[in-house]
Write a protein that binds this ligand. Structure first.
Ligand SMILES: Nc1ncnc2c1ncn2[C@@H]1O[C@H](COP(=O)(O)OP(=O)(O)OP(=O)(O)O)[C@@H](O)[C@H]1O
Length: 441
């Protein structure tokens, strides 16, 4: 029994912890051992008490009662500490073994590894044995037994990796604030532990069907840009929600093909102007970017790019589309250092889109909101497509991938929650626009 507790202590020091059904007793028998230890104590107290009664001496009896009460308190504490040690320290191991025990005909020698880093529990099932299919689709069962949200699964040559979230990341909640929140920081908090910085990973791609939350997210993003004194141009060929911003952002909003061509041209001209200033020998600083030269960021937000491309029916229309797509290509490939960025949103990314896979891969932040077909997701994430797709029934949820963060796959994310009944987007926009115009901070 002592060996059992000693083994457990040693196991705790292992990371990852390796378990198999072969050693089920190492984990699952702890309640039995705790019962045996407490029973020994209780027998001892009874014996002690009986001795006091038989001795017929009031002082011994009194002494006995005091010692017994003290011992009972100690036993309760000892039992609780042991339970905590075994159950709390090995909570996931015990639940996993109990779960595996219920799977019929599982080989006893099949080895599982558990590793946790405070936010993610990583369970590795080692392949290379018979009946491997029994271990391949355990995400739902494990998620319900461990009571942890399933994050992702990867299947390698010899292992199956299951990842569960230990701490559910927090969704950002957007609230109107009394005080303006102008900032010089380029980092934009997107909630769920994701921070986006356009200087590190320029440009944004958002895909998602109707009602998936694109407009709400773009509106949130626009306010974040206003907080950073950005110059924003908006192209909305469908003249929907964003197009209506022309009442507030004047000629920075374009809905007709000619106007869309005009604003993309303005963005490219500004980018070229910045480069000529930055590369002027008088101003040249090696390795510098737009921030070092005192420029703000410039964003071109292009909603429904697919609709715009499809709108070109005649020769003149096609010429305009070609010019716009060429401007966009310029911004994607050259914009970063000059601080000229683009956000492209589309209901569907089609393979025939002028935004080729190569160009799409240059968009550093990629988001797919709501339900998307596997083909649609592949268009957005390409090689970063996750092996299994999470449930995205929460409004404004989907998948996100930020380039250069070391992560291999897109992951589940909930866009900042905007309570449209209390957060007036237009009011916020005007607050920042007016303050920016009059230099109020
Ligand atoms: N981040 C969010 N926070 C709160 N509610 C959201 C969020 N995202 C989506 N919703 C809810 O979903 C509805 C549809 O969102 P939204 O209008 O942004 O979708 P969309 O993708 O722009 O659709 P469409 O292409 O038809 O305009 C919103 O009115 C809102 O009720």
């Amino acid at each position: 029994m002592i060996g059992f507790f000693y083994d457990l202590k040693n196991k705790r020091e292992q990371n990852p912890i390796v378990i198999s059904l072969n050693e089920r007793s190492n984990y699952l028998d702890y309640p039995l051992y705790i019962r045996i230890i407490t029973s020994i104590f209780i027998v001892f107290i009874i014996f002690f008490f009986t001795f006091a009664v038989v001795s017929d001496n009031l002082y011994i009896l009194l002494f006995d009662v005091i010692v017994s009460l003290f011992l009972i308190k100690k036993i309760i504490y000892f039992k609780k500490s042991l339970e905590d040690f075994c159950y709390k320290q090995f909570y996931f191991e015990i639940l996993l073994l109990q779960f595996l025990e219920d799977i019929k005909d599982l080989e006893l020698s099949f080895v599982y590894q558990l590793e946790e880093d405070g936010t993610v529990l990583h369970i590795v099932a080692n392949k290379g044995v018979t009946n491997i299919e029994k271990h391949e689709n355990l995400e739902k069962g494990l998620s319900s037994v461990l009571n942890l949200p399933f994050k992702k699964k990867t299947v390698g040559n010899s292992v199956i990796n299951y990842f569960f979230e230990i701490q559910k990341p927090k969704r950002l909640v957007v609230k109107a604030k009394e005080k303006l929140e102008f900032t010089d920081k380029m980092d934009i908090d997107l909630g769920y532990g994701i921070v986006y910085n356009p200087v590190r990973t320029p440009h944004v791609l958002i895909g998602g069907g109707t009602g998936s939350g694109k407009t709400i997210f773009i509106s949130f993003f626009l306010i974040e840009l206003m907080k950073r004194h950005s110059t924003v141009y908006i192209c909305d060929p469908k003249n929907s929600d964003l197009g209506n911003l022309s009442h507030y952002l004047d000629d920075h909003v374009a809905v007709t093909p000619n106007n869309i061509a005009r604003v993309t041209r303005l963005a490219v001209e500004e980018m070229k102007k910045r480069y000529s200033i930055m590369n002027d020998p008088m101003n040249f600083k090696y390795g510098s970017n737009f921030v070092d030269h005192g420029f703000n960021s410039l964003w071109l937000i292009f909603d429904e790019m697919g609709a715009f491309q499809a709108s070109a029916t005649d020769k003149e229309g096609k010429k305009i589309v070609d010019e716009v797509m060429s401007n966009i290509k310029h911004i994607i490939l050259l914009g970063r250092q000059a601080g000229c960025f683009i956000l492209v949103a589309a209901q569907q990314m089609s393979a025939s889109s002028a935004l080729s896979t190569d160009l799409r891969d240059n968009l550093g932040l990629r988001i797919a909101l709501g339900n998307n077909s596997p083909d649609g997701l592949r268009m957005i994430f390409n090689t970063h497509m996750p092996a299994s797709l999470p449930d995205v029934s929460v409004k404004g949820s989907g998948l996100i991938y930020v380039e250069s963060t070391g992560k291999m796959e897109a992951e589940y994310w909930e866009a900042p929650f905007v309570d449209t009944t209390s957060f007036n987007f237009i009011e916020e926009l005007l607050k920042y626009k007016t303050a920016d115009k009059y230099g109020l901070e």
